[in-house]
Design a protein around this ligand. Sequence first.
Ligand code: DX5
Ligand code: ZN
Length: 221
Amino acid sequence: METKKALIAPSILSADFANLQKDIEMLNNSEADWIHVDVMDGVFVPNISLGLPVIEAIRKHSLKPLDVHLMIVQPERYVERFKEAGAFQITVHYEACAHLHRNIEQIKSMGCKAGVALNPHTPIAVLADILYMVDTVCLMSVNPGFGGQKFIENTFSKVKELVLLSQEKNCDPYIEIDGGVNAVNAKPLVDCGANVLVAGNFIFSSPTPMDTIQNLSTRIR
Ligand code: DX5
Ligand code: ZN
C-alpha cells in the first residue's frame, strides 16, 4: 500500500478530557503519527486548556510522540518542564517571542525538536532568518484558541510561499497545518506542500474517530 504523504497529528483538544486514556489508546492503535497537544494560557489566546500534569499523564499511555503547541506568553519560562513532561517537539508562537532565536536555541539545546507557529495574519517572510534552525513551521489555519473553527482559505497560498522560502533557504522544515483540517482540504493542502496535518474536531466529533483517521490517511496517499 502506498504510504501517506503527510503525517497526521490528532489534536487532543477535542478529546474526552474525562476519559483521556481511552482516546490515547485509540490513537495508539490508529494511523496517527504524532499526538498534538494544545497548551493555552488565557493570555496569549482567549482560552485556557491544559498544562504539565495532563501532559505527564498522557505520556504514560501514549505510544506516539507528543507534539506540544504552546499558545502561551513567555514560553522560555516553561519549555524545560514541557520537555521533562514528555514533549518530543515544542512549538512556540512567533507572535509570543521577542527573542525567537534564543527561544529556538533553548528548545534545541534540550534535545527537543523546535517548531514555530504563525498566526493567520503573520506573513511567511518573517521566517527568513530563522528557518534554518526550525524543525517544523506550524501555519495556523484558524485564529488560535479554540477547536472546531472554520478553515481560513488563505492558508493555501501561505503553504506555497513557505515551500518557496524553504527552497530559497535550502531548508526542509515540516509544514504543519493547524485548524479546521478536514476531509475536503486535506489533500489540496498536501498537494501544495503541507506534510503534517493537525485535526481535532474533525476526528473527535466523528462517531468512529479511528475510521476517520484511516479515512484521512487514505485521502493523502
Ligand atoms: C487551535 C489549536 C488547534 C485545534 C485544532 O488553537 O491550536 O490545534 O485544536 O482543532 P480543529 O481541528 O478542531 O480546528
Ligand atoms: Zn494546535
